[in-house]
Ligand binder design. Structure first.
Ligand code: NOJ
Length: 664
């Protein structure tokens, strides 16, 4: 190469270098969009670029998607502010959801994805038994599996975040939300809560089909006075630390993504304005790294609870206490800017809250893969594994409470069988409250289950008898007529799904009089009665239990509960559920739970008009077979803090049927 050529080459090389440098700087993506950068580095970068108004919108959750007729999608997407932090997404359409997300990614200044949340409580479209029932199975693996399936169905419908599990230790069955948790014991709530979190969140939140979980309602909500929802809670430090906090701590240790603050006033400082519980315990002591969302309206409600004079003060109190995202009530959106200008809140504090929210969005992989697959409903829901797990868990959660003279499983000699009661052909209440996007049309009724299971061998006679409530006894006549020609009466009573869940408190846990009267009338026929109950809470059964030969509590077992109960009645499945909550004798015996603190005078002081003991204890549940337990062998008789000991026991099935037994 001569001199001239070499200088030409040099010029040419410089030119290429320049062109490359220009195109590189044009293409250079900001650090927060670089999927290879560490999450905390990405968050810091993004926070530097965000304006205050954008940060406040990240701390705001709206609700959307109710009007999900595909013809409205375009219009609705157009209306939406793309900067919003989160939406409670009520449609099931992944297409609509992706359109909304596309708007956030492409039309918001920094392209921050929206976090789509929904109440996936015991299933999304395939509905599993209510959580209280799930705990009766004592089967953590199966509960984890249900959450995994629920997460997948939800994810495929555009949801990235569920407001579950609820780990409020509940000892007052009048409280409607007793159905949503895992019963009266703190440890049971801890382990089932963790199983649910592991199912929803999977190994890695950014994996396909996993969704963020939310522990709720932090904390003390289940202690609402007299079981009245939303009411004041008088929570001693002892109860707080010993009973209420442990399931939340376990969930935080299991890396739960988010926590929801409760509606309740904790001994004078509402849960949604409580610096002690939200910041000192949750964020500082336990080092929770995700974010805290308020419950729907719980910031606004601070004015009702008389701790804030107006919404601005409510926002200030909630924010300073540690709530990072405002669910739906727009208090943050309308007040935080002003509060920063007035120097009541610092940018540093705002950044801390937004950092937590962004962290979950990054952990979910939403910045890198903001869209979900757009599959048909048939490909998304009620898949084979969902159906079999739903059936299995429903069966494992049913509890046999009485079985006089081994009336169950149903004998071959029962040629004529009466099916009576408002639950027999029901497909709504069997799903329970908070049934997500579950559809009555998908549900297998008890009638269908039994027709399939025993209809070929026996003649089934059906009469509704009465409704769930009211005073119309005109159906009794037909019920009695079919009862008289039957060998055994299977009576299916219980609660409507709306009698439990939020705002579902009841002054009595007895069945409505009309249902009890139906049993009294049927008893007069002298036929054996098998009573099957579907409820979201323990029921008051002391007037009924000695009028019937068997009782099964089937709870609200979900889409495939009708098949499960039929297989239990026929004996194909041997019941193995045990109660995670005490059944009192009467409503007046509440509160009563297995680990009550000792009384000063244990043998005295009880209600004099009813037995001392509850009707069915926590942990109670029969089987069609018998088990014999050996002595317990314990690895050490002493235990130190953080130490583990093992207890071994041999269980022998001494009966004639195969069975499953949980040793408590
Ligand atoms: C209010 C309920 O208390 C809470 O459990 C639920 O997750 C939210 N609303 C969102 O629907």
């Amino acid at each position: 190469m001569n001199q001239k050529n070499s200088s030409n080459f040099f010029v040419f090389f410089c030119f290429i270098f320049l062109v490359n440098a220009i195109s590189f700087s044009q293409k250079k993506i900001p650090v927060y969009k670089d999927k290879n950068a560490a999450i905390e580095t990405r968050i810091n970068d993004l926070l530097k670029l965000m304006r205050l108004d954008e940060k406040i919108l990240q701390m705001t959750q709206w609700t959307y998607g109710k009007n999900d007729n595909p013809n409205n999608f375009e219009e609705k997407v157009k209306e939406l502010n793309p900067q919003i932090g989160s939406l409670i997404y009520r449609s099931t359409s992944p297409i609509y959801r992706n359109q909304i997300q596309k708007k956030a990614m492409e039309e918001s200044r920094l392209g921050i994805p929206i976090l789509f949340g929904f109440d996936v409580i015991h299933g999304y479209r395939t509905i599993f038994p209510i959580p209280l029932a799930q705990a009766s199975s004592w089967n953590l693996d199966l509960v984890k599996k249900t959450s995994e399936i629920a997460a997948k169905e939800a994810w495929l419908s555009g949801v990235n975040w569920t407001f579950s599990p609820m780990v409020d230790v509940a000892r007052d069955p009048r409280w409607g939300r007793v159905s949503e948790g895992y019963g009266e014991d703190s440890y049971v709530n801890s382990v089932f809560g963790v199983a649910a979190i592991q199912g929803y969140q999977g190994k890695n939140l950014s994996d396909k089909y996993t969704i963020a979980a939310c522990l709720k309602h932090y904390v003390g909500y289940s202690l609402s006075e007299g079981g009245r929802d939303y009411h004041y809670t008088d929570v001693s430090r002892q109860t707080l630390w010993e009973t209420l906090l442990p399931p939340f701590e376990a969930g935080v240790k299991a890396n739960v993504a988010t926590v929801m603050s409760g509606f309740n006033d904790i001994s004078g400082v509402p849960a949604s304005a409580n610096h002690y519980t939200l910041t000192e315990i949750l964020k500082e002591k336990w080092q929770h790294k995700g974010f805290v969302v308020s419950d729907w309206g719980s910031i606004k409600n601070l004015t009702n609870q008389r701790v804030a004079k107006d919404l601005k003060q409510a926002g200030l109190k909630a924010f300073l206490a540690g709530i990072d995202m405002d669910m739906v009530d727009d208090v943050y959106k309308n007040n935080l800017l002003k509060l920063v200008e007035e120097k009541k809140i610092t940018i540093f504090q705002i950044n801390n809250a937004v950092r937590r929210i962004l962290r979950i969005k990054f952990r979910l992989g939403l910045f890198d893969k903001p869209y979900v697959d757009e599959l048909s409903e048939k490909e998304r829901y009620l898949q084979e594994d969902a159906i079999s797990v739903a059936k299995e868990l429903a069966a494992e959660s049913m509890v046999l409470l009485i079985n006089e003279n081994d009336i169950l499983p149903l004998k071959k000699e029962f040629k004529n069988i009466a099916l009576i009661g408002p639950m027999v052909k029901d497909s709504i209440h069997i799903l329970g409250s908070w049934a997500g996007k579950g559809k009555p049309n998908d549900a297998k009724t008890i009638f269908e289950g039994l027709t399939n299971e025993i209809g070929a061998k026996s003649t089934l006679h059906y009469a509704k008898g009465c409704d769930f409530d009211g005073d119309d006894t005109s159906g009794f006549k037909k019920a009695i007529t079919i009862a008289k020609k039957s060998d055994v009466l299977l009576v299916f009573l219980g609660e409507k799904s709306s009698w439990s869940g939020e705002n579902g408190s009841r002054s009595t846990i007895a069945l409505p009089k009309i249902q009890e009267d139906l049993i009294f009338e049927l008893k007069k026929t002298g036929k054996p009665i098998v009573l099957v109950l579907s409820s979201g809470r323990p029921l008051e059964l002391y007037r009924l239990h000695n009028k019937v030969d068997a009782i099964i509590e089937m709870w609200q077992p979900g889409t495939f509960g009708g098949i499960a109960i039929a297989e239990i009645l026929s004996g194909k499945i041997n019941p193995s559920g045990k109660l995670p909550i005490t059944f009192p004798q009467t409503t007046g015996q509440i509160p009563i739970y297995y680990n009550m603190r000792p009384s000063a005078v244990p043998k005295m002081g009880h209600y004099q008009d009813i037995p001392i003991e509850p009707l069915y204890q926590f942990g109670f549940g029969l089987s069609y077979t018998d088990y014999q337990y050996s002595e317990i062998n314990i690895s050490s008789s002493k235990i130190k803090k953080e130490q583990t000991i093992t207890a071994e026991i041999e269980v022998t099935n001494t009966g004639n049927l195969n069975g499953k037994e949980t040793v408590l």
